[in-house]
Design a protein around this ligand. Structure first.
Ligand code: GA4
Length: 330
């Protein structure tokens, strides 16, 4: 990874670049209607912290409609979009990610999905002429949440945990601190022509929450890091969802599941649009390894913390930091 310095590449100079990497050919694909789904999901979460879900039950129409309305939004004149930024962290953001100096070739809308918060801030984001956009976001989130509850219940089942809702209850709770992100990665043809490299849209990081659910259009860009440190590119599939294990799930499984390091490169020629639901617990929820998942002769690897504590600490960090380090038992 290098930082560009030639004058011709000046506009991109703060944003890092990267050479393309090989495609991930053995990506775990799980069919939600498969009777073995729970075993396959657990295996994928242990091995990669990542899997693709098909036959998921979310109507394709919800995805394509939201994609079209998000595209319209990102096509608005810059001053219109800037009216609902800078993000605090919710709202419209452009190139700046988080509060600590991270940048990427991306513009985005970050929304809270908790009705108690969302209905104050999100309402002002969706002004009168954006009503359809708001409804499309709501339909999409409702349907994606339903699928995510099911996946989390399969995970609990697959792990042999007695109460199936041990994870899903945290998202089902109406105080759940979940959020939703729409990302637009504009193409970068000049850079590709000049350097043969891609701009980094969203730098490497793990997601702090329990689980993240991503859907994108058919443009390349998402890469995940395998256990041996190799980065692989995930072939896009606009009809499916990609699930990422987040830090909180890594803790609750006492490290049996790994929160997957991932990043996104901008495509040289095509816009990439992605929509991600981040399933988080309520702010006061205590996060700690589940006793039933601490194997015999094994110890708890993390100290207990509240989600609010973890979030506060995450917002003091840089994107690529190893955030769980502060919560590991020594
Ligand atoms: C990464 C996952 C989600 O996109 C996000 C991001 C958040 C933000 O963009 O506001 C953070 C980042 C994410 C982790 C570290 C902090 C917080 C930017 C940042 C530098 C919404 C989230 O929850 O954590």
């Amino acid at each position: 990874m290098v930082v560009l310095s030639q004058p011709a590449l000046e506009p991109f100079s703060l944003i890092k670049t990267c050479k393309p990497v090989a495609f991930f050919s053995t990506i775990p694909v799980v069919d939600l209607t498969d009777p073995h789904a729970k075993t396959l999901i657990v295996k994928a979460c242990e091995e990669f912290g990542f899997f693709k879900l098909v036959s998921h039950g979310v109507p394709l129409e919800f995805m394509t409609k939201l994609e079209a309305l998000a595209t319209n939004f990102f096509n608005l004149p810059q001053p219109e979009k800037d009216k609902i930024g800078p993000p605090d962290p919710f709202g419209y953001g452009n190139k700046k990610i988080g509060p600590n100096g991270d940048v990427g070739w991306v513009e985005y809308l970050l929304l809270n999905t908790n009705p108690q918060i969302a209905f104050q801030k999100t309402f002002s984001i969706f002004q009168e002429n954006q009503q359809n956009f708001r409804y499309a976001v709501e339909d999409y989130i409702l349907s994606v949440k339903r699928m995510t509850f099911e996946v989390l219940e399969l995970i609990a089942d697959g792990l042999g945990i007695e109460s199936r809702n041990v994870f899903s209850r945290m998202l089902r709770n109406d105080k759940s601190d979940s959020c939703f992100r729409l990302n637009h990665y504009p193409p970068c043809p000049e850079l590709q022509a000049l350097s043969g490299r891609n701009l980094i849209g969203f730098g490497e990081h793990t997601d702090p929450q329990i689980i993240s659910v991503l859907r994108s259009n058919n443009t390349n860009g998402l890469q995940i890091c395998l256990k041996d440190g190799t980065w692989v590119s995930v072939p896009p599939d606009q009809t499916s969802f990609f699930f990422n294990v987040g830090d909180a799930l890594q803790v609750m499984t006492n490290g049996r599941f790994k929160s997957v390091k991932h990043r996104v490169l901008a495509d040289p020629l095509k816009s990439r649009i992605s929509m991600i639901f981040f399933g988080g617990p309520p702010l006061g929820e205590k996060i700690a390894p589940l006793t039933s998942l601490i194997a015999e002769r094994e110890e708890s690897l993390y100290r207990e913390f509240t989600w609010s504590e973890y979030k506060r600490s995450a917002y003091k960090s840089r994107l690529a930091d190893y955030r769980l380090g502060l919560f590991e038992k020594t």
